[in-house]
Design a protein around this ligand. Structure first.
Ligand SMILES: [Zn+2]
Length: 229
């Protein structure tokens, strides 16, 4: 999971460790596998003289599977060079980072979320709280222009269990890598365990645009939003 250390890796070299039907498994990969409401990456795997299109990246039996379009005639041990579709991934990084900013402003449990290329949505257990849309939009845009740095640290699952207030959602479990979980810190505004991909600085997000609120059940409110250049 090269993206956990550096979400800006666009190209990398690796070795095939497995092939099952239309799925290729690699020793290392920068492809993010669909999880936590963030879609899997697309891109290409170049193997010898052939380019294989990765149409989706998923978790399969606990491993990252690169789903290939077309026939695969490959063997374990072959070298690959991978390239992710950066235009799509970078947009997902902006959308995902924006969700953290919304978490910073709205101190409620997150009950769901889905990142998309055009727009995204995140659900909060807002209860009876009411929020003014213009205020919310200004608050997020203020956090963007305050240029908060995004940084990472790792804690043990025991340390996380002793700080349950860090966990903002019970619907997504961040990946446990050798007993450790990654914390994502956005300046002084947000700190939570997360295995997704984020921008380095909030200013990269551009402009937050609130689309609408939607009621989902008695307590849950869904926020639809997008980001623009
Ligand atoms: Zn995140």
């Amino acid at each position: 999971m090269l993206f956990l250390e550096d979400s800006y890796i666009k190209e990398f070299n690796s070795i095939i460790t497995g092939v099952i039907d239309d799925k290729i498994f690699l020793k290392d990969t920068a492809f993010y596998a669909k999880s936590g409401g963030q879609p899997g990456d697309q891109g290409t795997l170049n193997i010898e003289d052939k380019a294989y299109q990765v149409i989706e990246t998923i978790k399969y039996e606990g491993k990252i599977a690169h789903v290939i379009q077309g026939d695969i005639n490959l063997t374990i041990g072959q070298k690959i060079s991978g390239k992710i579709n950066w235009a799509i991934r970078y947009r997902y990084m902006k959308m995902h980072s924006t969700m953290h900013l919304l978490c910073a402003i709205l101190p409620f449990y997150v009950t769901g979320g889905q990142i998309g290329f055009e727009k995204s949505r995140i659900d909060f257990d807002l209860g009876e709280e009411k929020y003014d849309i213009d205020t919310l939009q200004n608050q997020v845009n203020n956090l963007i222009i305050e240029k908060h740095q995004v940084s990472y640290s790792w804690i043990t699952s025991e340390e996380l269990a002793s700080q349950p207030e860090l966990v903002r959602t019970l619907s997504v479990k961040p990946p446990n890598v050798s007993g450790k979980i990654r914390l994502v810190k956005i300046g002084s505004v947000d700190l939570q365990p997360c295995g997704g991909t984020h921008v380095k600085n909030t200013e990269e997000i551009g402009n937050f645009h609130f689309i609408k609120f939607e009621s989902k059940g008695k307590k849950n409110k869904r926020i639809h939003f997008t980001v623009n250049e």
